[in-house]
Design a protein around this ligand. Structure first.
Ligand SMILES: Cc1cc2nc3c(=O)[nH]c(=O)nc-3n(C[C@H](O)[C@H](O)[C@H](O)COP(=O)(O)OP(=O)(O)OC[C@H]3O[C@@H](n4cnc5c(N)ncnc54)[C@H](O)[C@@H]3O)c2cc1C
Length: 561
């Protein structure tokens, strides 16, 4: 049994960052870089080998690598999520060091300007975040050729589908991240955050520089139960050893902030951050009452101190719509089988040089292609299509359509008495023009592929209309989820306490508080073109600059609370 250490009550921190995902790691790095004393608290265990992770198949056992390091094993999260994912969330979410960036497929996109400009407020537009974007892509450039010999393996699916799109007039981008503004009838190889043939990303960059600083402390296996506050001022956080984190050593007790000037940054993900706000008495009254009636009741802040904000509303995810095609040129590779029994020469070349199919993401992802379609409401909507070589046949490709920027549907997450979060209102296709664009995207893809010799449509079948097909798939997370959850603590100038929709202000500070911030996917007001992790890291970089620029609390602040 791992030990559970008491928190030393005399040690205080300038910043406590809760959650080590795409938002939390870069935030903790920037704050420590500025000379502050920073504590990063992660509820899950170590993931990649560098940080002491241990989960691995036999063929990695004599190496430092874990399953999270090897791109070709990223899909194991679907076969065996135990110990790596959150057990208090009804969706797939990484609960370990790195959060989603430890378990995801590593797709890594420089945002289209509209990803900021359509939904984010002034101060967070594409021109405002240009410096943050630069910084992120200089630290994590991403690659379209992850194998260390620069070769792309298993490219039959890419060649067939990419070649067909090209023949239909779609433009090839080399590479896509050199042209982030070109998202209309374009395609390219997938860009991954991988580096050196391994996962890379925030765990291999920002966390490494943070960990090298004396003022930085990392606790894993430690869950933050609540932010302790007096009115709108946080004084510390209450932590407990995580029960579900594979037995690593954690901490229990109350961690104090540096008196007066200390700050808490909540970066626990779209579900985790909302949950922590609820448990800290911040959110809609119906949700806070559920917490009050749970095991948290006795320690919950009294109801006269509750801050009524629309936490949990504005939930969004890309609506995923899968189509399946088959072509005799396409060759399936058994990435799932590579867990127990990788092809020997592929395991050898990966271990020796980080080359070959196992240096690439499962299950052979790409091409990625984009289209912008205007709904009859006049709103342009961005579609990203993501192909992978798997499906009903050995020659199948499944292609997922994500509806992103411009989508108007929203849902809601709520909490249960057992303190689990649930998607109580799925955000998918509630807006009729969102549905119209999803359908039109499929019509357009069929049209683009109609002259491809020997290509067969498996789903939808040729005699099914795109409309009937889209309507036949339930608008539920089980069928439409893309694992790109955002929006539960929206950023904006319309203060949610007085009828507005926003939970945090332009500095990512929770309305009604003077030192509690939320920085992660939760603050995104609306969805974006592609997979979100790079944009979340950019948002964290930008938020860090803004937060570091705030006056210390001991000095009077013009716009506080
Ligand atoms: C299977 C999967 C595949 C994906 N593929 C891609 C992809 O290829 N490309 C891409 O861009 N995006 C992908 N995503 C999405 C992306 O990973 C997430 O959008 C991103 O990681 C979210 O960042 P975040 O900082 O908001 O939260 P997270 O990365 O989820 O981090 C939150 C962290 O907080 C911790 N935490 C939560 N509550 C507490 C608490 N109370 N106390 C302490 N710690 C806490 C969690 O354990 C977690 O580590 C994928 C997601 C999944 C699940």
């Amino acid at each position: 049994q791992a030990q559970c250490a008491e928190v030393p009550s005399t040690e205080t921190y300038d910043y406590i960052v809760v959650g080590s995902g795409a938002g939390g790691i870069p935030m903790a790095d920037r704050l420590s870089e500025a000379g502050h004393k920073v504590l990063l608290i992660e509820k899950g265990p170590a993931s990649t080998g560098r940080w002491g992770g241990t989960m691995k198949p036999d063929w990695l056992k004599d190496t430092l690598l874990t399953r999270f390091d090897v791109p070709g094993l990223c899909n194991q999260i679907w076969a065996d999520p135990t110990g790596a994912v959150c057990t208090d969330v009804d969706q797939m979410a990484g609960c370990m060091l790195g959060g989603g960036t430890a378990v995801n497929a590593g797709l890594w996109w420089k945002p289209h300007p509209a990803d900021w400009d359509v939904n984010f407020p002034e101060g967070w537009r594409s021109t405002n975040v240009a410096a943050a974007t630069e910084r992120v892509f200089s630290r994590i450039p991403g690659t379209i050729a992850p194998s260390m010999d620069g070769r792309r393996y298993l490219s039959q699916g890419f060649d067939m589908l990419g070649g067909s799109l090209r023949a239909a007039g779609w433009e090839y981008l080399d590479p896509p991240n050199a042209h982030p503004d070109k998202k209309n009838r374009t395609f390219g190889h997938s860009t991954f955050m991988y580096a050196g043939g391994e996962r890379g990303g925030p765990l291999a960059t920002y966390l490494v520089s943070a960990a090298g600083r004396r003022g930085f402390t990392l606790w894993m296996n430690t869950t933050v139960r609540r932010v302790i506050r007096e009115g709108g001022h946080a004084t510390g956080v209450e932590v407990q050893c995580s029960s579900s984190s594979g037995g690593g050593a954690g901490h229990t007790g109350v961690v104090p902030l540096t008196p007066k000037t200390g700050r808490v940054i909540i970066s626990a993900g779209a579900f985790g951050s909302a949950k922590l706000l609820f448990r800290s008495g911040i959110g809609p009254t119906d949700q806070l009452n559920i917490v009050k009636n749970s095991t948290d009741g006795p320690t919950m802040i009294s109801s006269d101190q509750w801050i009524n904000l629309p936490v949990g509303y504005n939930l969004n995810d890309h609506v995923g719509t899968d189509v399946e095609i088959a072509h005799p040129d396409v060759v399936f590779y058994d990435y799932y089988g590579a867990w127990n029994k990788p092809i020997a020469t592929h395991a050898e070349s990966y271990l020796a040089n980080r080359t070959g199919p196992l240096a690439q993401a499962a299950p052979n992802i790409g091409p990625i292609f984009w289209e912008i379609i205007k709904g009859s409401d006049g709103v342009s909507r961005h579609l990203q299509w993501q192909a992978r070589v798997e499906g009903k046949l050995n020659t199948s490709m499944t292609v997922t359509q994500y509806l992103g920027t411009g989508s108007l549907s929203r849902g809601r997450m709520t909490i249960t008495r057992q303190l689990n979060t649930i998607v109580s209102t799925p955000p998918y296709l509630r807006d009729k023009y969102d549905r119209e664009v999803v359908i039109q995207g499929i019509v357009n893809l069929r049209e683009s592929l109609k002259d491809v010799a020997n290509l067969t449509w498996i789903t939808p079948l040729p005699n099914v209309t795109a409309e009937a097909f889209v309507d036949s798939i339930p608008a539920t997370p089980a069928r439409r989820c893309s694992n790109h959850w955002i929006g539960t603590a929206k950023i904006g100038t319309d203060d949610g306490r007085t009828g507005g929709t926003s939970v945090v202000d332009l500095d990512a500070k929770v309305y009604g508080t003077d030192n509690i911030f939320v920085v992660d996917a939760s603050i995104f007001p609306g969805h974006i073109t592609g997979n979100p992790s790079a944009m979340i890291v950019i948002a964290a970089e930008h938020a860090a600059t803004r937060i570091l620029g705030l006056k210390p609390l001991s000095e009077p602040e013009a716009s506080s609370s």
